[in-house]
Ligand binder design. Structure first.
Ligand SMILES: [Zn+2]
Length: 294
Protein backbone atom coordinates (compact mmCIF):
# COMPACT_ATOMS: atom_id res chain seq x y z
CA UNK A 1 0.00 0.00 0.00
CA UNK A 2 1.29 3.45 -0.87
CA UNK A 3 2.32 5.49 2.12
CA UNK A 4 1.16 9.08 2.05
CA UNK A 5 3.92 11.66 2.34
CA UNK A 6 3.32 13.59 5.52
CA UNK A 7 5.10 16.64 6.88
CA UNK A 8 4.83 18.77 9.99
CA UNK A 9 3.64 22.36 10.13
CA UNK A 10 6.77 24.37 10.95
CA UNK A 11 5.31 27.77 11.87
CA UNK A 12 6.54 29.24 15.18
CA UNK A 13 4.61 28.89 18.41
CA UNK A 14 2.58 31.77 19.76
CA UNK A 15 4.64 33.51 22.41
CA UNK A 16 1.57 33.86 24.61
CA UNK A 17 -2.06 32.95 24.08
CA UNK A 18 -3.03 35.89 26.28
CA UNK A 19 -2.05 38.15 23.38
CA UNK A 20 -5.01 36.79 21.41
CA UNK A 21 -8.08 38.82 22.35
CA UNK A 22 -10.81 38.45 19.71
CA UNK A 23 -13.52 39.77 22.05
CA UNK A 24 -11.63 42.59 23.75
CA UNK A 25 -13.85 45.28 22.19
CA UNK A 26 -17.05 43.20 21.95
CA UNK A 27 -20.06 43.97 24.12
CA UNK A 28 -21.59 40.55 23.35
CA UNK A 29 -21.45 37.60 20.97
CA UNK A 30 -24.22 37.54 18.36
CA UNK A 31 -23.77 34.04 16.93
CA UNK A 32 -22.09 32.39 13.98
CA UNK A 33 -22.16 32.81 10.19
CA UNK A 34 -21.68 29.58 8.26
CA UNK A 35 -20.59 30.14 4.67
CA UNK A 36 -21.51 27.90 1.75
CA UNK A 37 -18.07 26.75 0.58
CA UNK A 38 -19.18 23.48 -0.94
CA UNK A 39 -17.36 20.59 0.73
CA UNK A 40 -15.55 22.08 3.73
CA UNK A 41 -15.98 24.57 6.54
CA UNK A 42 -15.76 28.36 6.85
CA UNK A 43 -17.44 29.95 9.86
CA UNK A 44 -17.34 33.51 11.20
CA UNK A 45 -18.03 34.29 14.87
CA UNK A 46 -20.15 37.47 14.98
CA UNK A 47 -19.93 39.96 17.82
CA UNK A 48 -21.35 43.36 18.66
CA UNK A 49 -18.64 46.00 18.73
CA UNK A 50 -19.56 49.63 19.40
CA UNK A 51 -23.14 49.03 18.28
CA UNK A 52 -22.10 47.39 15.01
CA UNK A 53 -21.85 43.77 13.94
CA UNK A 54 -18.29 42.59 13.44
CA UNK A 55 -16.52 39.33 12.79
CA UNK A 56 -14.56 38.59 15.96
CA UNK A 57 -12.78 35.67 14.39
CA UNK A 58 -12.94 33.49 11.34
CA UNK A 59 -12.78 29.74 11.95
CA UNK A 60 -11.54 27.83 8.89
CA UNK A 61 -11.62 29.07 5.31
CA UNK A 62 -12.25 25.97 3.27
CA UNK A 63 -14.10 24.96 0.18
CA UNK A 64 -12.83 22.55 -2.39
CA UNK A 65 -15.17 20.05 -3.99
CA UNK A 66 -18.32 21.75 -5.29
CA UNK A 67 -17.29 25.23 -4.14
CA UNK A 68 -19.39 28.19 -5.33
CA UNK A 69 -16.52 30.51 -6.32
CA UNK A 70 -16.41 31.57 -9.98
CA UNK A 71 -13.16 33.53 -9.59
CA UNK A 72 -10.63 34.06 -6.82
CA UNK A 73 -12.02 37.60 -6.36
CA UNK A 74 -15.33 35.91 -5.61
CA UNK A 75 -13.77 34.33 -2.52
CA UNK A 76 -12.87 37.76 -1.11
CA UNK A 77 -16.31 39.15 -1.91
CA UNK A 78 -18.27 36.28 -0.40
CA UNK A 79 -16.06 35.75 2.65
CA UNK A 80 -14.45 39.12 3.41
CA UNK A 81 -11.46 39.08 5.74
CA UNK A 82 -10.06 42.49 6.56
CA UNK A 83 -6.39 42.84 7.35
CA UNK A 84 -5.20 41.68 10.79
CA UNK A 85 -8.39 39.84 11.43
CA UNK A 86 -7.95 36.66 13.40
CA UNK A 87 -8.25 33.43 11.49
CA UNK A 88 -8.16 30.14 13.41
CA UNK A 89 -7.88 26.72 11.84
CA UNK A 90 -9.49 23.64 13.31
CA UNK A 91 -7.04 21.40 11.44
CA UNK A 92 -4.98 21.15 8.29
CA UNK A 93 -7.19 19.08 6.01
CA UNK A 94 -7.50 21.02 2.78
CA UNK A 95 -11.26 21.43 2.88
CA UNK A 96 -10.69 23.73 5.90
CA UNK A 97 -8.20 26.19 4.37
CA UNK A 98 -8.03 25.83 0.58
CA UNK A 99 -9.99 29.02 -0.26
CA UNK A 100 -7.32 31.06 1.52
CA UNK A 101 -4.69 29.93 -0.99
CA UNK A 102 -6.83 31.24 -3.87
CA UNK A 103 -8.36 34.44 -2.48
CA UNK A 104 -6.17 37.40 -1.58
CA UNK A 105 -7.52 38.67 1.78
CA UNK A 106 -7.28 35.73 4.14
CA UNK A 107 -3.52 35.43 3.71
CA UNK A 108 -3.13 38.85 5.36
CA UNK A 109 -4.99 37.80 8.49
CA UNK A 110 -3.40 36.74 11.75
CA UNK A 111 -3.48 32.92 11.72
CA UNK A 112 -3.64 30.74 14.82
CA UNK A 113 -3.27 27.09 13.92
CA UNK A 114 -2.64 23.66 15.41
CA UNK A 115 0.76 22.06 14.87
CA UNK A 116 0.01 18.85 13.02
CA UNK A 117 1.41 16.25 10.68
CA UNK A 118 -0.30 16.90 7.37
CA UNK A 119 0.11 17.06 3.59
CA UNK A 120 3.20 18.68 2.02
CA UNK A 121 0.78 21.02 0.23
CA UNK A 122 -0.62 22.27 3.53
CA UNK A 123 2.90 22.80 4.87
CA UNK A 124 3.89 24.74 1.73
CA UNK A 125 0.77 26.89 2.05
CA UNK A 126 1.42 27.61 5.74
CA UNK A 127 4.85 28.97 4.77
CA UNK A 128 3.22 31.60 2.55
CA UNK A 129 1.42 33.26 5.50
CA UNK A 130 3.36 36.11 7.13
CA UNK A 131 1.58 36.13 10.47
CA UNK A 132 0.97 32.52 11.46
CA UNK A 133 1.49 30.93 14.84
CA UNK A 134 0.84 27.53 16.34
CA UNK A 135 -0.94 27.04 19.64
CA UNK A 136 1.89 25.91 21.94
CA UNK A 137 1.68 22.22 22.79
CA UNK A 138 1.67 23.00 26.51
CA UNK A 139 -1.93 24.19 25.99
CA UNK A 140 -3.14 20.86 24.59
CA UNK A 141 -6.05 19.68 26.67
CA UNK A 142 -6.37 23.08 28.31
CA UNK A 143 -9.25 25.34 27.44
CA UNK A 144 -8.47 28.85 26.26
CA UNK A 145 -11.25 31.31 27.06
CA UNK A 146 -12.06 34.65 25.39
CA UNK A 147 -14.72 36.77 27.11
CA UNK A 148 -16.91 39.66 25.90
CA UNK A 149 -18.03 42.55 28.13
CA UNK A 150 -21.41 40.94 28.96
CA UNK A 151 -19.83 37.62 29.95
CA UNK A 152 -20.44 35.76 26.65
CA UNK A 153 -17.42 33.66 25.82
CA UNK A 154 -15.57 31.51 23.32
CA UNK A 155 -13.82 28.33 24.43
CA UNK A 156 -11.01 27.01 22.25
CA UNK A 157 -9.01 23.87 22.81
CA UNK A 158 -6.38 21.92 20.90
CA UNK A 159 -7.59 18.43 21.63
CA UNK A 160 -4.60 16.23 20.70
CA UNK A 161 -0.82 16.32 20.99
CA UNK A 162 1.69 16.75 18.18
CA UNK A 163 3.10 14.45 16.99
CA UNK A 164 1.08 12.15 19.20
CA UNK A 165 -0.43 8.78 18.49
CA UNK A 166 -1.23 9.59 14.89
CA UNK A 167 2.23 10.85 13.88
CA UNK A 168 2.82 8.39 11.05
CA UNK A 169 -0.41 8.83 9.22
CA UNK A 170 -1.92 11.39 11.46
CA UNK A 171 -5.64 11.68 11.81
CA UNK A 172 -5.76 15.48 11.80
CA UNK A 173 -9.37 15.44 12.91
CA UNK A 174 -8.50 14.38 16.44
CA UNK A 175 -5.50 16.58 17.17
CA UNK A 176 -6.91 19.90 16.00
CA UNK A 177 -8.79 22.77 17.58
CA UNK A 178 -12.49 22.92 18.48
CA UNK A 179 -14.51 25.93 19.60
CA UNK A 180 -17.65 26.48 21.66
CA UNK A 181 -19.49 29.80 21.61
CA UNK A 182 -21.48 30.52 24.78
CA UNK A 183 -24.11 33.21 25.27
CA UNK A 184 -25.40 34.09 28.72
CA UNK A 185 -29.15 34.61 29.04
CA UNK A 186 -31.50 35.18 31.96
CA UNK A 187 -32.78 31.65 31.45
CA UNK A 188 -29.36 30.06 31.47
CA UNK A 189 -26.37 29.85 29.17
CA UNK A 190 -26.60 28.54 25.60
CA UNK A 191 -23.86 27.06 23.43
CA UNK A 192 -23.06 26.70 19.75
CA UNK A 193 -20.57 23.90 19.04
CA UNK A 194 -17.95 24.23 16.31
CA UNK A 195 -16.09 20.90 16.38
CA UNK A 196 -14.34 20.98 13.00
CA UNK A 197 -14.01 17.32 12.04
CA UNK A 198 -13.66 16.01 15.63
CA UNK A 199 -16.48 13.95 17.17
CA UNK A 200 -18.35 16.04 19.77
CA UNK A 201 -17.49 13.68 22.62
CA UNK A 202 -13.74 13.98 21.91
CA UNK A 203 -13.85 17.68 22.77
CA UNK A 204 -13.46 18.10 26.53
CA UNK A 205 -14.93 21.63 26.71
CA UNK A 206 -18.12 20.31 25.05
CA UNK A 207 -18.42 17.50 27.58
CA UNK A 208 -17.90 19.93 30.42
CA UNK A 209 -20.47 22.45 29.08
CA UNK A 210 -23.07 19.67 29.00
CA UNK A 211 -22.22 18.75 32.61
CA UNK A 212 -22.53 22.39 33.67
CA UNK A 213 -26.06 22.55 32.27
CA UNK A 214 -25.27 24.97 29.45
CA UNK A 215 -28.07 24.42 26.95
CA UNK A 216 -27.49 23.31 23.38
CA UNK A 217 -28.45 26.12 20.95
CA UNK A 218 -26.79 24.91 17.73
CA UNK A 219 -24.29 22.41 16.41
CA UNK A 220 -22.28 22.27 13.24
CA UNK A 221 -22.29 18.54 12.54
CA UNK A 222 -18.71 17.31 12.94
CA UNK A 223 -16.81 16.19 9.84
CA UNK A 224 -19.55 17.51 7.53
CA UNK A 225 -22.05 15.13 9.09
CA UNK A 226 -19.97 11.99 8.45
CA UNK A 227 -21.14 8.87 10.21
CA UNK A 228 -17.56 7.66 10.69
CA UNK A 229 -16.07 8.20 14.16
CA UNK A 230 -19.60 8.52 15.55
CA UNK A 231 -19.72 6.28 18.61
CA UNK A 232 -22.12 5.43 21.42
CA UNK A 233 -20.48 8.25 23.40
CA UNK A 234 -21.24 10.75 20.64
CA UNK A 235 -24.85 9.61 20.65
CA UNK A 236 -25.15 9.76 24.43
CA UNK A 237 -23.63 13.23 24.75
CA UNK A 238 -26.08 14.75 22.26
CA UNK A 239 -29.03 12.76 23.56
CA UNK A 240 -28.50 13.84 27.16
CA UNK A 241 -27.71 17.47 26.42
CA UNK A 242 -30.51 19.80 27.55
CA UNK A 243 -31.72 21.86 24.65
CA UNK A 244 -32.37 25.58 24.24
CA UNK A 245 -35.91 26.46 23.01
CA UNK A 246 -34.51 26.44 19.47
CA UNK A 247 -31.88 23.92 18.32
CA UNK A 248 -30.24 24.35 14.91
CA UNK A 249 -28.19 21.57 13.32
CA UNK A 250 -26.12 22.52 10.31
CA UNK A 251 -24.29 20.34 7.80
CA UNK A 252 -21.50 22.03 5.85
CA UNK A 253 -20.93 20.04 2.67
CA UNK A 254 -21.47 20.03 -1.07
CA UNK A 255 -24.13 18.08 -2.89
CA UNK A 256 -23.14 15.69 -4.25
CA UNK A 257 -19.77 14.92 -2.70
CA UNK A 258 -17.42 11.99 -2.97
CA UNK A 259 -17.66 11.13 0.75
CA UNK A 260 -21.42 10.50 1.02
CA UNK A 261 -21.70 13.27 3.58
CA UNK A 262 -23.85 13.94 5.47
CA UNK A 263 -25.30 11.01 7.34
CA UNK A 264 -28.10 13.32 8.44
CA UNK A 265 -30.57 10.57 9.26
CA UNK A 266 -28.79 9.75 12.50
CA UNK A 267 -28.99 13.40 13.62
CA UNK A 268 -32.67 13.67 12.66
CA UNK A 269 -33.53 10.51 14.57
CA UNK A 270 -31.62 11.63 17.64
CA UNK A 271 -32.71 15.28 17.72
CA UNK A 272 -36.39 15.44 16.73
CA UNK A 273 -37.81 18.95 16.55
CA UNK A 274 -34.47 20.55 15.75
CA UNK A 275 -34.07 22.75 12.65
CA UNK A 276 -31.83 21.09 10.10
CA UNK A 277 -29.85 23.07 7.52
CA UNK A 278 -27.44 22.15 4.79
CA UNK A 279 -25.04 24.65 3.22
CA UNK A 280 -25.65 23.01 -0.17
CA UNK A 281 -29.30 24.09 0.03
CA UNK A 282 -28.32 27.76 0.32
CA UNK A 283 -27.11 27.73 -3.26
CA UNK A 284 -30.66 27.21 -4.51
CA UNK A 285 -31.59 30.58 -3.01
CA UNK A 286 -28.31 32.24 -4.01
CA UNK A 287 -27.53 32.63 -0.30
CA UNK A 288 -23.89 33.04 0.61
CA UNK A 289 -24.17 32.09 4.26
CA UNK A 290 -26.53 31.03 7.02
CA UNK A 291 -26.50 32.96 10.28
CA UNK A 292 -27.29 31.21 13.54
CA UNK A 293 -27.89 33.91 16.13
CA UNK A 294 -28.55 33.67 19.85
ZN1 LIG B 1 -13.30 18.50 6.76
Amino acid sequence: MAVRTREAIASPDLVSVSGITPLSTASRILGVRVFDVGQGDAIAVLAKVGGAEEVALQLDYGGREGHPFATSADIDTRMPVSQNRLLMLTHWDEDHWSSASKGSQAKSAKWIVPRQVTSPRAVRFSATIDDIHCIPEKHVGQTIRFTAANGDYILAEKIGLFPGAFAKNEDCNKSGVALAIVHRTRNGDEAILLPGDAPFDKVAPFVSLEKQGVKLRAIIAFHHGAGSHWTASTHKLLQNWSRAPILDVLFSCSRPNSYSHPDDGRYKALLPGANFHMTADMRTNAAVFKDILF
